[in-house]
Design a protein around this ligand. Structure first.
Ligand SMILES: C[S@@+](CC[C@H](N)C(=O)[O-])C[C@H]1O[C@@H](n2cnc3c(N)ncnc32)[C@H](O)[C@@H]1O
Length: 301
């Protein structure tokens, strides 16, 4: 009896030790994968990336760069595009409507059934036969995808709350054709700090300064952040040639963002919106980590 109790206590201590290490690795709070997943799915249901006027403005900003790099790198309009964490199809539908020609295809994958329902409804409405949507976790989806099968992979505004984003990026490299393009956005350390300071969430500041991922802002969501140098180095070491890094939203933000008091695109008139876009595009490459996201376009070596 004594031995069984002893073994039980040892096992319990070991579990606590593992949890403690996990806690250290993922910031000040314990990371709970299932809770994180539920919150991510809920966030996709609560915030429409296609219905929100600010998000529509940022879509156009991303598209300015994406289309430029697609054309400069001769990404085939009859090729295969993969949109990982496609949400409501903000970019899948844009590519289908403005880039892909007959014979090309766009595959959008998202873990949120509600987001995919919205994407499917838009596909029906506009008769976008080149798009195909799947409700799936992008990690197993990628694992099942063949080597060298896509001309371009989009990974936009997903890595910032994706545990294991580094191995996902390696899988993206594998599924891209040689010379294929990755279009990915990441959160900067600077933005995460600005957010914490603006909200008075000072206890998160040391975690953001010292680490690159963790549970922040009392949310139970696992966030990821980094400097431009760190992210660029990671992509280069993984096997990409980074062609460009641009800041998205360097002078503005959506509701709740630290830069929203500077400007919210949805609150501007047409002329002001054009001037904001002109300003943000003009400074995007000189301060890539000052905005809402750092946007990377990188080529598989
Ligand atoms: C901020 S939204 C961005 C959506 C889209 N990329 C865009 O820019 O409009 C993040 C999306 O990533 C999805 N997501 C997060 N983790 C995922 C995972 N493991 N597998 C598939 N989708 C995921 C969420 O459901 C959400 O729709």
């Amino acid at each position: 009896m004594y031995r069984i109790t002893h073994l039980f206590i040892r096992a319990f201590e070991k579990a606590l030790h593992i949890l403690h290490k996990w806690d250290e690795r993922f910031g000040g709070r314990t990371f709970r994968a299932e809770r994180h997943r539920k919150l991510v799915i809920r966030s996709a249901e609560c915030h429409s990336m296609t219905g929100d006027a600010d998000e529509a403005y940022y879509r156009d900003q991303y598209w300015f760069w994406m289309e430029k790099y697609f054309r400069e790198n001769h990404v085939s309009p009859v090729g295969s595009f993969l949109d990982l964490g496609c949400g409501q199809g903000r970019f899948s539908s844009l590519i289908a409507e403005h880039y892909v020609r007959s014979g090309g295809k766009v595959v959008g994958v998202d873990i949120s059934p509600e987001a995919i329902r919205v994407a499917e409804a838009y596909k029906e409405e506009k008769n976008l036969s080149s798009t195909e949507y799947r409700v799936d976790d992008l990690v197993p989806f990628l694992k099942q995808s063949k080597d060298n099968s896509f001309d371009a992979v989009l990974f936009i505004e997903v890595a910032f709350f994706l545990p294991g984003w580094e191995s996902v990026t390696k899988e993206i490299l594998r599924v891209l054709k040689p010379g294929g393009l990755l279009c990915a956005s990441f959160r900067s350390r600077y933005f995460s700090l600005l957010y914490s300071i603006a909200c008075g969430k000072w206890s998160d500041v040391p975690v953001i300064l010292e680490k690159k991922e963790g549970v922040l802002w009392n949310t139970d969501i696992h966030f990821v952040w980094g400097s431009n140098d760190e992210t660029k180095q990671f992509l280069e070491e993984t096997g990409f040639d980074v062609l460009g890094v641009m800041g998205i939203g360097n002078c503005s933000g959506i509701e709740g963002d630290p830069l929203a008091p500077v400007a919210r695109p949805s609150g501007l008139d047409e002329e002001e919106t054009k001037l904001l876009m002109k300003s943000e595009l003009a400074v995007a490459e000189s301060v890539p980590d000052a905005g809402r996201y750092m946007f990377y376009v990188a080529k598989k070596k």
